[in-house]
Design a binder for this molecule. Structure first.
Ligand code: ZN
Length: 265
């Protein structure tokens, strides 16, 4: 087991499990955590014994999103170019490493799975949700931001529900996540860890080369429909949102100030 400052990396037979490990911060993602995620993915990809990767989270919540305290500090005074480079490296590319992982990935989600938490969990191939999990991307309403950096929403929710959640900023519960196809399995929270591991072990029995190629084919099917071009285009629109007057007005008191007024977000 390798322990990082913000993650735990462990292998259990053919399964690598990466735990987000900032429970006191509801696993808010700061640059240290995102850097470690990248390193953990390097380890998992390089280890020939690893067939499947689980992304889980310690504590009551999967992830409340980007660490706005850290984003605020990092982002203040950024030029357009600097913010673009920062968000591309830490937010977009780190998330896409899970999407592009040649090895199957499974997210195990409990509690809050919000904004960049939603983004990261949905970069995984399968998503197992606990009955207490809830999902939202409230940043349009809260910040005047143009959703999160990777617009995976229509792909995993369907277009109608993606609009519903993004326009209103509302929460979606675990049952709704299962019903719309975003969640692969719904289990009691006490069984989240064992159910996810069981699923991972089942997948680990499949021939790895065939698995890798079938994932490639599935993703190529999406890419031929324009999926990746859509993500790239959205990233640019998202950056435009960061320099809008609406974003400036909503975040004048500071991003964490906005959140403090909306503790449920
Ligand atoms: Zn952003």
């Amino acid at each position: 087991m390798t322990e990082y400052s913000s993650l735990i990396y462990e292998t259990i037979g053919p399964v690598a499990r990466i735990w987000l490990n900032r429970p006191a911060q509801r696993n808010a993602q700061d640059t240290a955590l995102l850097t470690e995620l990248d390193q953990a993915m390097n380890l998992a990809q390089a280890d020939e014994g690893v067939r499947v990767i689980i992304l889980a989270a310690k504590g009551a919540h999967f992830s409340a999103g980007h660490d706005l305290k850290s984003a605020e500090n990092d982002g203040q005074g950024y030029s357009v170019e600097e913010r673009y480079a920062f968000e591309k490296k830490y937010y977009f590319d780190t998330a896409m490493r899970f999407w592009d992982s040649p090895k199957p990935t499974i997210a195990a989600v409990q509690g809050a799975c919000v904004a960049a938490g939603f983004m990261l969990a949905n970069m995984c191939d399968l998503v197992v949700v606990a009955d207490d999990a809830f999902f939202s991307d409230p940043v349009v309403n809260l910040f005047g931001a143009v959703a999160v950096e990777v617009l995976v929403h229509p792909q995993v929710l369907g277009m109608r529900k993606a609009k519903d959640l993004l326009f209103t900023g509302r929460r979606m519960g675990a049952q709704e996540a299962l019903d719309c196809g975003m969640a692969s399995r719904l289990v009691p929270v006490a069984e989240l860890e064992s159910a996810t591991l069981e699923l991972a072990n089942q997948i680990a029995k499949a021939p790895p080369f065939a698995l890798k190629l079938v994932k490639r084919s599935l993703h190529r099917t999406l890419d031929l429909q324009g999926f990746r071009a859509g993500l790239d285009a959205h990233f640019d629109s998202h950056q435009l949102g960061h320099v809008s007057n609406e974003f400036a007005e909503k975040t004048r008191a500071g991003l964490t100030g906005v959140l403090a007024k909306k503790p449920g977000a």
